[in-house]
Design a protein around this ligand. Structure first.
Ligand SMILES: CNc1ncnc2c1ncn2[C@@H]1O[C@H](COP(=O)(O)O)[C@@H](O)[C@H]1O
Ligand SMILES: [Zn+2]
Length: 364
């Protein structure tokens, strides 16, 4: 489905380390293998394996982190991931990542994020508009809407906003440190906070003080919610009123009713849910019911490296499974602009871009 690639798309749920290219991961593993730090054939097998249980996915993340937790590699990975999304015609990307401390690499959460920013600066195949507050004041000098829409006269452009993730393994203090860092970096492209990590680990109450602090400070929050059955946590998360949630796989009737009543937008990750077996098969995915109910939602990749997918592949899968066409998908993206975390300038520019794209679509 060519249109799934060519259509401008909004990606709101992509984890940096989960989006790493297989080729980069294998190269890093080979290098560590040559140094004798790991057994390359074992690691190669894990990287290339296609079906992964939930537990195995989180083991793979630990392995990926061993290979990538280094400033230069974080920079390279960030650059490649943004270029890959832009190549797939993502026009607005919210990229999330967990800031990491690692004494042996001289890495602090802040220096990790500086390496991410360096990666964004080194993107050269596409023009990056980093969403940050300061830019609003200078937007008069920014590009015109015609510039953005007209790929012929300008380079392709992608808006990027960063979300800082709190890992469910972290303590309250570490989570607060991440929120403080996000606040310090609001002028540098950080647009919000995410709670993620292995859903069978950690307690909601551990993260609540950090999330409440973020909310008080006006930082938008998205939560991984209901990836495993846990009705008390799901209800507590929904009643916290996050700006969005990811997944919503293991909801019962009460939780569906609450979600729909609160109209909290959902980031849908089809392939991720199927591979981790949180949903039995794509045809019974809750995307269908939410879409029919006009609930705010958007298709996302989660971890396109780990799950060997792409945002256009997710659109193709949703289109063939649920019979949703190009125009409806386009409108789904247009509506999603309302719940992105970027500032009004970016929202306005995207609205204009999509408005002109729709007339093109209808003229076809
Ligand atoms: C499959 N579903 C998922 N559920 C929950 N958390 C997930 C996830 N996929 C990824 N992550 C979270 O993102 C981290 C990797 O990216 P970063 O190191 O932050 O860039 C993982 O370690 C996990 O905490
Ligand atoms: Zn996720």
């Amino acid at each position: 489905m060519e249109w799934c690639v060519s259509m401008p798309k909004i990606e709101l749920h992509a984890h940096l380390n989960g989006s790493i290219r297989d080729s980069t991961l294998l190269k890093l593993a080979r290098e560590l293998g040559e140094k004798g730090a790991i057994n390359f054939p074992d690691v190669e097998h894990v990287i290339l394996k296609n079906d992964r249980s939930f537990k195995e996915v989180f083991k793979l993340f630990d392995l990926i982190h061993i290979l990538t937790t280094d400033h230069k590699i974080v920079t390279r990975m960030t650059k490649e991931v943004i270029e890959d999304f832009a190549d797939d015609n993502v026009v607005y990307l919210e990229l999330r990542t967990t800031p990491k401390n690692n004494d042996s690499k001289g890495m602090s959460k802040r220096s990790y994020m500086e390496a991410v920013l360096e990666g964004i600066r080194s993107v050269n195949s596409v023009e990056v508009d980093l969403c940050h507050k300061l830019k609003e004041d200078t937007s008069a000098h920014s590009h015109t809407v015609d510039d953005i829409c007209n790929n012929k006269t300008r380079r392709k452009k992608i808006y990027v906003g960063l979300l800082l993730s709190i890992d469910r393994r972290e303590t309250t203090e570490a989570a607060i440190e991440t929120v403080k860092l996000a606040l310090e970096m609001r002028d540098l492209g950080v647009v919000g906070i995410d709670l993620s990590g292995n859903p069978v680990i950690g307690e909601w109450l551990t993260f609540l003080p950090a999330l409440e602090f973020a909310k008080e400070q006006g930082l938008p929050i998205t939560l991984h919610c209901g990836e495993v059955p846990n009705p008390d946590e799901i209800r507590a998360m929904l009643n916290f009123l996050p700006r969005r949630i990811g997944h919503a796989c293991c909801f019962e009737d009460d939780e569906w009713n609450l979600l729909k009543r609160l109209k909290i937008p959902v980031e849908i990750c089809l392939t991720s849910n199927i591979i981790t077996e949180t949903i039995a098969s794509v045809d019974v995915h809750h995307f269908a019911d939410l879409y029919k109910s006009n609930h705010p939602l958007i298709l996302c990749t989660d971890d396109c490296g780990v799950f060997s997918t792409s945002i256009s592949a997710e659109y193709a899968l949703a289109s063939s499974t649920f019979g949703i066409g190009k125009r409806e998908m386009f409108e789904m993206n247009d509506r999603a602009i309302d719940f992105i975390f970027a500032c009004d300038r970016v929202k306005q520019e995207l609205k204009t871009m999509f408005a002109s794209g729709l007339s093109e679509l209808l003229n076809l």
